[in-house]
Design a protein around this ligand. Structure first.
Ligand code: AMP
Ligand code: MG
Length: 432
């Protein structure tokens, strides 16, 4: 596909790192290399406002109007002149009524007021609104405002206080959320320039894998990675190309890699990148492009391939994720996700922040690798956020992921965690 050709080779990006060791690469270094190597796609399309939900905004949106366009009332009540208010209760003559969408365009003199509804334009001369419930009605035409009930300027929404004309309302790179659609609508914008969707091809590799519907032969497992990948990529808003299970033989792998490369911006594979024998996956990745093979200082998910492959003049970024189901998800979330967002032109704020929680129990951990454990975070009876680990943390135990609501991120240098120690967590909400 039309992935822009980055002139940098992987080795030139890597040469900027001191102490680079592909066999013991810290998570942060791998993230840095990926971030520097991957280039955003440059293609914009205009979509109708509703279709812009979850898409990446491609331009800054500058407000073409003031929102609101006039000073207006924040309450149902009476609009008056603040200078008429004093230390004593004060009686006002009601001279008119102003409705939302139907302004009163007469003048308001000293001692006069206008009955006003929420959202109605402030009548000329009025700068203050007294809510109806604070007043006493003496007659149809007279209300009393008790002393001290309001100050000058109260309950008046100022013209442009939500968005002033000419100011940036939304910045490019933002993933548009429901509030943003409302905001765009408030500016009268019907069509929104967004980045075109990223096309991501993915397939699973391994002779032991069976697709759903096939007989599960002795020693085989159902391919689950393609389904977690389907879910993660769909949530990220990618156009996906599910290429199924590819057998571990050179001809099938070459055909799959070439087809993926010619039809997608990025390729995600799972399996076949560890040190195990009978793997043609790595060989084919290396033959088709600029690909490096890492052993990352992390658990789960140590082996990973990353780079760019080329076929018939088309190129695509490649993420060769490990095969174990939890490792696939962790490496996707902490490497591929950020890279894909960067390719989509999304700004860095699209990654949820780390938060702190107290560990309810000891967590075994040795320094020298980042561990991503699956946790359940909750608020305890003291109102404190605490986290417990979900059962077995084996990299093949997908249940640990399914039961969790957050990832516990134990930093590279950290040693054992004791009960009561604070740990970093990343909520799945917003991530998945
Ligand atoms: P590999 O990285 O190819 O050595 O695979 C590591 C482990 O993950 C093996 O136990 C595989 O059977 C398993 N595995 C690999 N791919 C998949 C998949 N798509 N679905 C489920 N398990 C897989
Ligand atoms: Mg395998």
């Amino acid at each position: 596909m039309s992935t822009p050709s980055s002139t940098a080779t992987l080795s030139s990006v890597i040469s900027c790192l001191s102490d680079y060791d592909p066999d013991a690469l810290p998570v942060a270094d791998a993230q840095n290399i990926i971030r520097q190597f991957v280039q955003p796609i440059q293609a914009i399309e205009k979509v109708a406002i509703r279709s812009a939900l979850d898409r990446v905004l491609a331009v800054d949106i500058v407000s073409p109007i003031n929102v609101p366009s006039h000073d207006n009332s924040a309450m149902d009540g009476y609009a008056l002149r603040g200078s008429d208010l004093g230390k004593e209760d004060r009686s006002f003559k009601v001279v008119a009524t102003a409705y939302a969408g139907r302004a009163y365009d007469g003048k308001v003199a000293a001692g006069e007021c206008v009955r006003i509804m929420t959202g109605a334009v402030m009548p000329d001369g009025c700068d203050t609104v007294i809510p109806q419930e604070f007043t006493r009605n003496e007659s149809e035409t007279n209300v009393t405002v008790p002393a001290g009930a309001v100050k000058t300027g109260d309950n008046r929404r100022l013209k442009g206080e939500d968005l002033a004309i000419g100011t940036p309302a939304l910045h490019r790179g933002r993933i548009l959320r429901p509030a943003d659609l409302g905001l765009l609508a408030s500016l009268g914008i019907a069509e929104v320039p967004v980045q075109r969707r990223l096309r991501v091809a993915f397939f699973s590799t391994g002779d032991e894998l069976r697709s759903i519907g096939e007989t599960l032969d002795e020693g085989c497992v159902y391919d689950s990675n393609r389904y977690t990948l389907y879910g993660m990529l769909t949530r990220l808003g990618c156009d996906i190309l599910d290429m199924g299970v590819v057998k571990d033989d050179p001809a099938s792998l070459e055909a799959a890699f070439r087809s993926a490369c010619e039809n997608a911006d990025a390729i995600i594979t799972s399996g076949g990148v560890s040190v195990g024998a009978a793997d043609y996956t790595k060989q084919m990745m290396a033959e088709l492009g600029d690909v490096t093979f890492w052993k990352i200082g992390m658990r789960p998910g140590r082996p990973m391939a990353f780079g760019k492959i080329t076929s018939n003049g088309k190129s695509a970024y490649l993420f060769g994720l490990p095969g174990n189901p939890v490792a696939v998800m962790v490496t996707f979330y902490f490497f591929a996700r950020q890279a894909l967002l960067h390719m989509m032109g999304a700004s860095a704020e699209s990654t949820p922040p780390l938060m702190r929680a107290i560990s309810t129990a000891t967590i075994r951990k040795r320094p020298g690798r980042t561990e991503f454990q699956r946790g359940i975070v909750s608020i305890n009876s003291d109102g404190v956020q605490e986290v417990r680990i979900t059962g077995s943390q084996g990299s093949g135990v997908l249940r640990s992921m399914s039961e969790a609501n957050c990832m516990v991120v134990l930093e590279h240098d950290r040693a054992e965690v004791k009960a009561g120690d604070p740990v970093n967590i990343m909520l799945f909400d917003g991530l998945i």
